[in-house]
Design a protein around this ligand. Sequence first.
Ligand code: GDP
Ligand code: MN
Length: 432
Amino acid sequence: SAEYNEQVSKVSQGLADYLEDFNIHFSDFFRGSSSDYGKEYGVGEMPWTEIQERLTFKEVTWKKPKKIVAENMEFYRKLLKTPIKEPKVDNLIRPPGKGQNYERASATFAVLVRNHELRGLASTIRQIESTFNHKYHYPYVLLNDKPFSSTFKKSIKSLVSGEVFFEQVPQETWDVPAEIDQDKMKAAMANLKAHNVGYADKLSYHNMCRYYSGEFFNHPRMQEFKYYWRIEPNTQYFCDIDYDVFKFMESEKKTYGFVISLYDIERSVESLWPTTLDFVAKNPGFVHPNASFSWLTENLQNPQKTSMANGYSTCHFWSNFEIGDLDFFRGEAYQRYIDALNDAGGFYYERWGDAPVHSIGLGLFEDRSKIHWFRDIGYKHDPYENAPNSVQCPKGKKAHIPGDFSYGHLYDQNCMANWVKYEMNDQLLGVY
Ligand code: GDP
Ligand code: MN
């Protein structure tokens, strides 16, 4: 529509004006925006040499990383201060009226959680229900490596407006695989712990990361669904959502939605990128010609991270919030990738997280235009948040400051500007 086009050009112009302030040209950032990467290649046809070329980050700068952080944070804040409401697409599906029949998408909330996290999960579910789900009544799948207690089940049932499934995960998908060398693992855990890598010596955390990376979507209960929305105890949802986000994913043909993008602890993923490249060299056909090459390999904001991670920026979609198409994870590319990661053993010999694993999988094997930044969803998992400037969000005492990402000393952890600058084009930006 005309209004839509006007909005698109306004956003683009706003960004262009802003970039002018820094004497940077719009086209420098939007590499591949007007013409998507690799359009000369069909899906699965980009040769390994070309993939290598794309995965060699070429932008050079005389600026110090500190300056890059400051500029990127300015860019981010300016963008998030822009008033938005919800995606400007024609077919948002509104909540049904009272007593009206509603056909939901094949979708569920999903969470891996322990009995002692009841209060934290109750808090999250209350917010999910009050901002979104009391209008749509989507079900929940709760996964645990141990049986859920009856108190836990009773309490959760009293909070949800949809069906809820309590599931114990099959032991063999949770425990350390037999192939893992226990001595090697223990030595690696001690080494990472000595370097202050969080949860390094907590075996259950490693199991959790592996489960979320490569198993949750194959759980028999999860097999019943196409889309999931991952939630987590003690997270906050503070803006109203007045459309069916699952149907948005469906009708807009999105594979994955996120709200926050961060850098990772480089020491936890030292060999993840080399293992990935080894897999890709052997299976170049899995790489999408319009993949998120630059976001994965950027080395300007935290060069020490990219260097220790052997060429991986460590940028990832923060996976405590995700809305995704389970069929992507069940697909051949991702499954084969997980097999290769399991063979390498880095879930235990290092501390690979499910966030970088999902992100690299999506960033390489999926078209980047199918990855959606849910800019309108107000979300916080301490200490980071996505705070939009939207009429859907609370005002007054409960207001969150738009673009207030985190504490100042953590600004360098924000990778969102890279996603916007390198992987989004003006059409995608114009959706808000
Ligand atoms: P962090 O955000 O990286 O600090 O990790 P969390 O402690 O929040 O854990 C991530 C998610 O996995 C949360 O939903 C936890 O409830 C869940 N989780 C972590 N460890 C375990 C575990 O040993 N068993 C179960 N059932 N869930 C776990
Ligand atoms: Mn968490």
